[in-house]
Design a protein around this ligand. Structure first.
Ligand SMILES: *[C@@H]1O[C@H](CO)[C@@H](O)[C@H](O)[C@H]1NC(C)=O
Ligand SMILES: *[C@@H]1O[C@H](CO)[C@@H](O)[C@H](O)[C@H]1NC(C)=O
Ligand SMILES: *[C@@H]1O[C@H](CO)[C@@H](O)[C@H](O)[C@H]1NC(C)=O
Ligand SMILES: *[C@@H]1O[C@H](CO)[C@@H](O)[C@H](O)[C@H]1NC(C)=O
Ligand SMILES: *[C@@H]1O[C@H](CO)[C@@H](O)[C@H](O)[C@H]1NC(C)=O
Ligand SMILES: *[C@@H]1O[C@H](CO)[C@@H](O)[C@H](O)[C@H]1NC(C)=O
Ligand SMILES: *[C@@H]1O[C@H](CO)[C@@H](O)[C@H](O)[C@H]1NC(C)=O
Ligand SMILES: *[C@@H]1O[C@H](CO)[C@@H](O)[C@H](O)[C@H]1NC(C)=O
Length: 767
């Protein structure tokens, strides 16, 4: 069957199950009540083992899919493993919003790419904490699961990727920090503990950043990735999620990696995930939805379905998001391709995780089981969604026109996003309690009059509606153009073919700009467009990147326009010139430049970006100085012998303190981005690498703040072709902020160069 058709059919089945009614096991009257299974004083793994041994072979096999029927004779209810909550409890097979009244909505935060642009790790944790609280309230009332197939932490390498919006950005260190904080908030802490608040799932493991591009789709794609790029770029976020934040689950991806489908890939699932990162047996791997079937149907990796499910199960994929396991594992067992032990291992992992969620525990003992509708959409959660949107906005251009006072002025809101509601949420969204459109944001900001006309659509080619828009704009004092990308048109399964502004949006902006009135462009959508025309046009006085700002998008945008809050977000991706798409294919996974690859991300791109990673302007000015005396020499052997060496990459090099003084007259946040530059180690060298960042809040005019920028050895290490990281003797420079920086500091590493971490070798034989 056509793979697209297969997935659409399957998605339809899953969506029908969106009315899933969750309930808890019968630990009061059922056969489990007197066993260790229901005894909260026993260890989770022991309880799960006891339970799983009561399952027959058939019951084991039936419970391997995302929709598990449970074991009614034991009082174990059916369970849907697939709920979603990327930036708020989200519509998904496991989540059902009520049509009205209680549980009809949940706080809808900005999309991940916007949260990433805040560079505010504490805010990310706060957002995740609200999401997990609201998710628990939904679960208590049967409307959502305890397991969330979120977050997406594949670094946003290619600007065409339609799902890049789901990620915090392109930099592996940034994504690693982000995910650590997010998992902390979702799971209710990092340390091993008896309870998970909810179980999160880091996806898509691994090297997944292509959905459908020029006839190549994710179901067939074999990502050819060097060990150097795997270790240095594609996997640090997963290491942070799995090893450091101790996520409950991981999702293997649709694509193959170096010839082996990710969900049947022992190198990824055993050698790296479990052996190297310590993903233990109370945590489980799910496939992406239908990815196990794809091992046979699209990757053609096995001759039969039975072999495909056996390969996946034995490689360590514990849950099939799909139906291939329940359908074909019986054959695999019959043919001795798997054993009962293989099934027990997968099920024990799943149910140990449910034990850690308190699923088999008495509700009275668990405060989380008391959460209710009154814990959803609370005022502080709404305020946080607003703060997150403001913090994530990025001021790309401003000639001094902004901020502008609303008082007495008429403002025109033109463009396809003028009255956007759901379109401001991005994908994986839920029903928001309210959504403030850009138009409404302007009304609320106190403009004398707000007028509006769309003028065109995202990919419109007709100028029929230009005249109305121009007339409206001509009657105003300020013109806002709200346009950009519409990833819903592109569809989540498709990637963009162009990174130029589409349709006639720019032509309309040009005509608006010729009216002699100030024009401000607000750019929406989950990625970047080549803004050269807007940056070069003097009548376009300011450009704000808003991405998908969520329920308070309109409010946040006009907070910045009117100066109620100063902007301080930064681009978490490079803005490339539109010709970039002709210079390298999406299928080329190499980060370093090559004959048909200009290099990728701010680290390796050899061309001139339109706007750099980290770009973002302010309404005020700052002055910077190092506080204290930053270190100048570090001996490699000393560094390696000082601290706990379990994870050498986490050994601190030093903490650098920066004093930031607001020398202007507007209170503002400042995002401190610390980059490392060096020619030490293996060539070609990255131009620079982000090694630390922090967001300082509300620095008043004339006041100062200090940020402490910790740098770990993993950040200054260089990675070789085997994926091993090394500390090299030599000279290094730290640079604060983008371009040539606003402050720099040189230091050297002395002593013999040394290997910091040995990366697991890939000994697997390709089939
Ligand atoms: C879901 O199940 C619970 C009991 O387990 C029941 O009280 C509730 O009415 C059910 N909800 C729906 C929508 O069927
Ligand atoms: C799959 O493999 C079989 C033999 O192993 C071959 O006959 C068939 O053409 C392959 N199909 C695709 C789509 O590559
Ligand atoms: C395996 O399949 C064969 C052929 O369908 C059948 O005869 C046999 O009973 C099955 N064995 C088991 C253990 O299910
Ligand atoms: C946006 O909504 C307002 C209020 O309903 C309306 O007056 C305006 O015409 C709308 N703008 C567009 C472009 O549809
Ligand atoms: C805009 O995109 C949609 C969805 O892809 C398509 O149906 C429509 O034809 C496009 N319109 C134009 C004018 O290209
Ligand atoms: C804009 O308004 C001015 C003054 O009312 C008028 O002279 C001019 O022709 C208008 N321009 C357009 C393009 O409508
Ligand atoms: C985006 O595309 C979707 C699907 O075609 C459409 O419903 C929506 O109105 C579009 N939104 C904008 C702002 O273009
Ligand atoms: C703030 O500073 C700018 C120039 O830096 C100046 O034009 C403006 O008048 C000042 N505003 C206030 C309120 O002092």
């Amino acid at each position: 069957m056509n793979p697209f058709l297969a997935s659409i059919v399957c998605a339809a089945i899953h969506v029908a199950l969106g009315q899933f009614n969750y309930s808890f096991p019968d630990c009061v009257n059922g056969p489990l009540s007197s066993t260790a299974v229901c005894d909260p004083t026993k260890a989770p793994a022991a309880r799960a083992t006891t339970l799983i041994q009561m399952f027959t072979d058939e019951e084991l096999m039936q419970n391997t899919d995302n929709v598990s029927p449970g074991v009614p004779r034991l009082g174990v209810p059916s369970y849907q493993w697939w709920s979603e909550a990327l930036h708020g409890v989200a519509g998904s097979p496991g989540v059902s919003f009520a049509p009205s009244g209680e549980f009809s909505s949940a706080t809808s935060f900005p999309q991940s790419i916007v949260l990433g642009s805040t560079f505010d790790i504490d805010l990310v944790k706060a957002v995740a904490t609200v999401i997990s609280t609201e998710a628990r309230a939904f679960n208590n009332f049967h409307r959502a699961g305890l397991d969330y197939f979120t977050p997406n932490i594949n670094p946003f390498k290619d600007p065409r990727w339609g799902r890049g919006q789901e990620t915090p950005g392109e930099d592996p260190f940034h994504v690693s920090q982000y995910v650590y904080s997010l998992i902390d908030g979702l799971q209710g802490g990092i340390d091993p503990r008896p309870y998970f608040k909810v179980a999160a799932d880091c996806k898509h493991y691994a090297a997944y950043d292509l959905d459908s591009w020029e006839g190549i789709d994710r179901f067939h794609f074999d990502a050819k990735v060097s060990l150097q790029d795997l270790s240095e770029y594609y996997l640090p976020s997963f290491q942070s999620c799995v090893r450091d934040a101790k996520v409950a689950s991981v999702m293997c991806s649709y694509n193959s990696v170096n010839g082996i489908p990710a969900c049947a890939n022992p190198y990824l699932l055993q050698d790296i995930l479990r052996d190297f990162w310590g993903f233990d047996d109370d945590r489980w791997v799910t496939s992406d939805c239908d990815a196990i079937g794809n091992i046979f149907t699209t990757h053609n990796f096995t001759d039969t379905f039975a072999e495909a499910v056996a390969d996946a199960l034995k490689a360590g994929t514990d849950v099939d998001c799909g139906t291939s396991y329940s359908t074909h594992l019986p054959d695999a067992l019959n043919q001795s391709l798997i054993t009962r032990d293989d099934l027990e291992r997968a099920l024990t992992r799943q149910y140990t995780s449910l034990m850690r969620l308190g699923y088999f525990d008495p509700p009275e003992s668990q405060p989380l089981r008391q959460l209710a509708w009154s814990d959803v959409n609370k005022p502080d959660a709404q305020a946080l969604a607003h703060t997150a949107a403001v913090e994530g906005l990025v001021l790309l251009k401003n000639d001094g026109f902004l901020p502008v006072s609303a008082s007495g002025k008429t403002i025109a809101i033109i463009g396809p996003y003028a009255n956007a509601t759901k379109d401001m949420q991005g994908n994986y969204f839920g029903t928001a309690p309210f959504i403030v459109t850009p138009f409404q944001g302007a009304v609320d900001a106190g403009f004398n009059e707000v007028v509006s006309a769309a003028g065109t659509s995202i990919n419109g080619t007709s100028e029929a509606d230009f005249a109305a828009a121009i007339a409206v704009a001509n009657s105003s004092d300020i013109i806002i153009f709200a346009g950009g990308i519409n990833n819903s048109i592109e569809s989540e399964a498709k990637d963009r073919l162009t990174i130029a502004w589409t349709g006639n949006q720019l032509s309309l902006v040009k005509q608006l700009a010729s009216l002699g009135k100030p024009v401000v462009v607000v750019q929406f959508g989950g990625g970047q467009l080549d803004d050269s025309d807007l940056l070069d046009n003097d009548a376009v006085r300011a450009v704000i990147w808003a991405g998908y700002p969520g329920q308070s998008g309109g409010t946040a945008i006009f907070d910045v326009i009117t100066g109620a809050v100063a902007p301080a977000g930064r681009l978490s991706v490079t803005q490339y010139p539109e010709d970039f798409v002709n210079q390298v294919g999406m299928t080329d996974m190499a980060l370093r430049p090559g004959s048909a690859n200009p290099g990728r991300t701010y680290k390796w791109y050899t061309g001139r970006p339109v706007l750099e990673f980290g770009h973002g302007l302010h309404f005020t000015t700052f002055d910077f100085s190092w506080r204290g005396r930053p270190g100048r020499k570090y001996n490699i052997q000393h560094l390696l012998h000082t601290a706990d060496k379990k994870f050498p990459d986490l050994i601190p090099l030093d903490t650098f303190h920066v004093n930031i003084r607001n020398t202007g007259n507007i209170t503002s946040d400042y995002v401190a981005l610390l980059f490392l530059k060096s020619n030490a180690g293996f060539a070609p060298h990255p131009k620079k690498s982000l090694v630390s960042f922090a967001r300082a809040h509300r620095i008043d005019a004339g006041s100062s703040a200090t940020v402490d920028l910790g740098v770990n050895l993993g950040s200054i290490a260089r990675v070789d072709e085997h994926g091993d990281s090394w500390l090299f003797a030599g000279d290094y420079q730290l640079v604060l902020d983008i371009g040539d920086g606003v402050l720099s500091h040189s230091f050297s590493l002395t002593g013999p160069s040394a290997r910091l971490v040995q990366w697991p070798r890939d000994l697997s034989k390709q089939k």
